[in-house]
Design a protein around this ligand. Structure first.
Ligand code: GLU
Length: 436
């Protein structure tokens, strides 16, 4: 079923952002390539080319000044062939329908690849959250939930954190849904704080999953992780947790960056010291960190450093054809969703730069969400150790499936093509099994 809920005037004031349609074109093309390789029936391909449901809501918020502002909110449900729709909720000024559509489809492939019983969805509000007070943010989140509620549910569609959203917004989300439905519904959203039914390992899940993949990749490439150089673009939750995990394993993180710029040190940055600085100065960025021997670099330089592993963990479309052509990184592990444009991907494969795609590399997050959801809906208990081990095992299994498929089939280590093929096979099998 396709339903478009577009309130009158909801799109007024919406800015256009070419990045959303670029991302959509990239993900569609990747899916179509895999479908062609697998010889998938055109009727099924056509169904998966479209999202099941695209919801656009107007979100009125009374600002602290007393004035009302209207924001545009989205929720796109791509496919529920393998289980309830699942995917994050982002707050960003560039959010638009095309971007959310692409990200929803990526979630379908990601969940299938990790073999969790979820489909794919994504949500977003077009807003610059740094402009809003805590109270305004809370009212925005709660109103978005109320507007969306008929289409969200523990067994229907389960949001989670994404860019610029965290435990705090998820706690508001679960609370507002529970109040409106007049019963507790912790399983309606994941990534909640521990005291609202969250899982102790969820916050670190994406970073640890990503780190696990980096270590396995280095092992497969015959490189000792203790001497490998690693650069991370983006120091939000994903970048930060990845850096912490890899530093703990003894890896040399030579560069990191955020919106304020980057820092570089060839012998490896002191991640614990950076962490201490950021903890002691909440809200501060990397430009406020000083230590002897570090060099300031910009994001463009970071993306081209001669490292063993480059981890783009910021936003989409960062690895452009120009970056792909000139980067000296030996491999790329995608922390963000859709960081590489289509032309750039082809260039990287041609240049023999191994890319671990987003739907595999950052899937530890949704796997952590699955564990949280299981606990909420079945009452099962998950310790930190058990959660970590389950994430590690699942990430390694998925990595090995993809690696084996890529080496068997094309020999050129196009891990993205292999990952899409495995995911698509599983989604199509579920559709065929249900004759839908
Ligand atoms: N936002 C994360 C992602 O893109 C997590 C989604 C989830 O846990 O549902 O994978």
């Amino acid at each position: 079923m396709v339903m478009n809920t577009t309130p009158k005037g909801a799109l007024r004031g919406q800015t256009t952002y070419a990045g959303g349609s670029t991302l959509l074109a990239t993900t569609q093309r990747q899916f179509e390539r895999a479908a062609a390789v697998l010889g998938i029936d055109e009727a099924i391909v056509e169904r998966l080319r479209h999202c099941d449901r695209q919801i656009i809501v107007s979100v009125p918020v009374k600002m602290d000044s007393g004035r009302w502002e209207h924001f545009v909110g989205y929720r796109v449900q791509h496919s529920n062939a393998r289980g309830p729709y699942k995917g994050g909720l982002r707050f960003h000024p560039h959010v638009d329908l095309a971007e959310i559509e692409a990200l929803a489809a990526l979630m379908t492939w990601k969940c299938a690849l990790l073999d969790v019983p979820f489909g794919g969805a994504k949500g977003g509000i077009q807003v610059d959250p740094s402009r809003l007070s805590e109270g305004e943010l809370e009212r925005l989140t709660r109103e978005y939930v109320r507007r969306l509620l008929p289409n969200i549910g523990e067994y229907l569609d389960i949001p989670a954190p994404d860019v610029n959203t965290s435990e705090k917004e998820m706690a508001w989300f679960a609370d507002e849904a529970g109040r409106t439905l007049m019963r507790p519904v912790p399983g309606i959203v994941t990534g909640k704080p521990l005291d609202s039914g969250g899982n102790v390992g969820r916050k670190e899940a994406t970073g640890r999953g990503l780190g696990t993949v980096v270590l396995e990749l280095l092992r497969r490439l015959g490189k000792d992780h203790l001497t490998a150089g690693i650069a991370i673009q983006g120091y939000g939750n994903v970048g930060r947790q990845t850096a912490l995990f890899l530093a703990e394993q003894g890896c040399r993180i030579v560069a990191i960056s955020d919106i304020s710029g980057g820092i570089y040190q060839a012998r490896g940055l002191d991640i614990d010291d950076i962490e201490r600085h950021l903890r002691e100065n909440p809200g501060s960025l990397l430009d406020s960190y000083h230590a002897p021997g570090i060099e300031r670099i910009d994001n463009q330089r970071l993306l081209r450093l001669p490292v063993d592993v480059l981890i783009p963990a910021a936003l989409e479309n960062q690895i452009t054809p120009e970056v792909a052509q000139t980067t000296e990184a030996k491999s790329i592990v995608e922390g963000a969703n859709g960081p590489t444009t289509l032309d750039a991907q082809d260039l990287l494969v041609e240049r023999g730069i191994v890319v671990v795609p987003d739907i595999l590399a950052n899937a530890g997050g949704v796997f952590g969400s699955y564990i949280e959801w299981l606990a909420n809906t079945t009452g099962s208990e998950w310790s930190l150790e058990r959660t970590r081990e389950a994430i590690r095992t699942s990430m390694l299994r998925a990595f090995n499936n993809v690696w084996d498929r890529a080496t068997e089939k094309n020999g050129n280590l196009d891990l993205r093509a292999a990952a899409y093929e495995i995911a698509l096979e599983r989604v199509v099998a579920a559709m065929n099994a249900r004759y839908c």
